[in-house]
Every structure is written in structure tokens, then in C-alpha cells.
Design a protein around this ligand. Sequence first.
Ligand SMILES: [Zn+2]
Length: 429
Amino acid sequence: MSEAAAPPVLDRLFARIDAMRDELVALTQDLVRIPTINPPGDAYRPCAELMGERLRASGFAIEYLRAEGALGDSDRYPRTNVVARREGKRPGKTVHFNGHIDVVEAGKGWTVDPFGGEVRGNKLYGRGTCDMKGGIAASMIAVEAILRENIDFAGALEISGTVDEESGGHAGVAWLASKGYFSPPRVDHVIIPEPLNVDRICLGHRGVWWAEVETKGRIAHGSMPFLGVSAIRHMGQFLDRVEERLYPQLLARTTNMPVVPEGARSSTLNFNSIHGGQPEGFDGLPSPCVADSCRLILDRRFLIEETADGVKSEITDLLDELAAELPNFAYSIKDLMVVHPTMTKADAPVVKALDGAIQDILGKKAAHICSPGTYDQKHIARIGNLHDCVAYGPGILDLAHQPDEYVEIDAMIASAKVMAAASLQLLSA
Ligand SMILES: [Zn+2]
């Protein structure tokens, strides 16, 4: 630890965070009680204002930024983000905490009110407690504790509440990044308090390729299928090849990224949906036809050691092979989305600062992990071109999107201390 963050200062800081426990719980409850469900993207403005007006009272400069024209934005469902900035007493770097304010629908199976914010012992329940309003509240308490203790820091502290992470982040972090909000010199270090457990630092994530494959046939009477070409049978042949040849290859291909859970250290492929022939949702008797189209949506998660082009050609090679072997086999393929893998270096400043704080506060070595799926770090890396960014925050990842989602209050307190101490370390120059 540097001189500016010598033990007496940290003791005061941690005592302050402990004393703010009730405030932390109340803030998390207030955030959870605003049902920012996405889709469609409800109540973003009041949630952004809850964060912004509270931080304004702590001396932050506040900007509300509606992503007009971005994917998903409309007058009915405005995509309002909030960015708060508080300058230190002298120039220096900026530490930014970014949290997404949207939550997924509650779904079924709850035994408590999903938007009630009920507390039972050490657990605070509700949709978004874990993913990730508990993390947002912990980061706000962390910076407020620094300010209330009047602890000196160089540079600036920023907090943003952004929209639409659950649906790709286009009107949230991606839009802000395109406006320079996630690039040096404005911002240098970013911590995203997603629920990764208090003793783990998430360095990055695997890549994604979504695509639609369509096999094409020729319609004919169902009583004389030999007069047509069945797109469904052709799709079946493609699926057989994937099953026999590609799945074993994907399983054998593993990454050096520390992805959790273990199974996600291999390349994976999920068939998201498949449809051919008679339209779905029609409950009358079918008309007897040979299917002239069959469509499959692929969700391929790829490793940092793979390339998007290589991943795509594995699929098109199988399709081309079938086209060469089988008369009348025709297909088309359409890219739906590509997200490249990203991983922050294990010795990056933000990682080292969190490593040190976790060791000091929790008395254990931080685990470095990567996520099987993507989150907003992709936009900060690719659009913002900022590579000192990780996810770190309270909550158990497995509880995200589940019924009876909760966050542990002790974990919020511990992570607030880690975030505050790491910030001071980064801003001590
Ligand atoms: Zn999340």
C-alpha cells in the first residue's frame, strides 16, 4: 500500500463502510424496488435518477445521457444512462465503476416479492439484488465512504449506471463508449461490479458467434415426397455431421483462459432453435407438403485461441462438403452477431490493486477467472480501446436470473471495502 493509503487511513475507511451498513441495505432496496425489467427496458430514468441525485448530494457532477437513435431507444422506453464524476484535489488517473441498471424478468417460482427488497438475516432478496444492483450499491458506498472520510486522492472517481446489458448493451455501455466515455484520458481503470463472488476477479470472457443456417428444399405433395426435396432431411444430415465430427473436436479444444465453470474451458456450440415446414403455433390439421426450408440458430462460444473466421469456416466446410456429396443440397448462412473474446492481463494495474485489497481485507489470494458468456467489458475493450478493465463485485453468479435471487449483505460490505481500497491504491500517485 502506498503512503496515501497507509493503514490508519484504511482503518478509518473500513470503519466508515461498516457504519454505512444500514444505508447500503436501504440503497440496494431502493434500487431493487424500481423494476427496470429488460426487455422492454422499463423505468430506466427513475433508476438513473436515484443513483444520480444521491451522488450529486455527495458532490458528483451528473450527466443523464439518453442514447437517442440507439438500438432499443424510443419515447416509450427511453434508454437513459447516468454518469457521475467527482474530481480529486489534484490531477491524476480516473477509476470508473460501471453497473448495469437493467434486470431480467422475475419469472416464476418466487417465495418473496421479487421487487420488495426483503431482508432475512444476512440476505437481501429481489430481482437484481445479485445481478447487479447489490454491486452498484456497494460501489456507491465505497466512493461515498472515501469522500465522507475526506481521504485525499488524485484524479477522479466515476460511477455510471447503464442500460440494456442483458440485451447486448448497445444503448448503454456501447453507446457511451462510442462517445468517448470509456476511453483514456477520461477514464483509465474500470471495475464492473458484476456478481463474481468477493474473492474472485473476472479478467474477461469467451467470444460469441450467433448465426442462422437455412437448408433449402423443393416443395411437393407429402404423399409423393420423392418428387420434392426435404429441407428438414438435409438439416438432419448437417446435424449428424456436427454431432459426429464437430462436437468431439470442440470438446477436445481447450483454452488457457481461466474460464469458470470448468466445462466452459472447451469450445461450445448450442442449437438455440430449429424450425422447418408447417408454421409453429398453428393447431389445425397440416397440409401435406415437403418442407422447402429449415432454419437453425447456432450459438457458438469460442476461445481466445480461436478466430471468428476459423469458427465460421468449420461450419461452412461441413455444409460445403454436404453440398458436394448430395444432389440438391442447398443452404445459406447469415451472421447474426459476433463478439470477440477479451481478457485483461493478470498484471494490469486494476487487477494488481484488487489482488492487494482482497489479500488485505479477506486474507486470501484472489482467484482470477473468466466468464463463459459476455458482458459489457467487450464494449470497453473494443469500442473504448481501454484494456484495464475487470468485473469484480458481490453476489454468487449462479443466483443471477433465478427465482429468489439474493445478495449477502456481508459480501456487499466486504466488496465495498475492496473497491474503496483498490481505488485509493490506483489514485494514490
Ligand atoms: Zn449482470
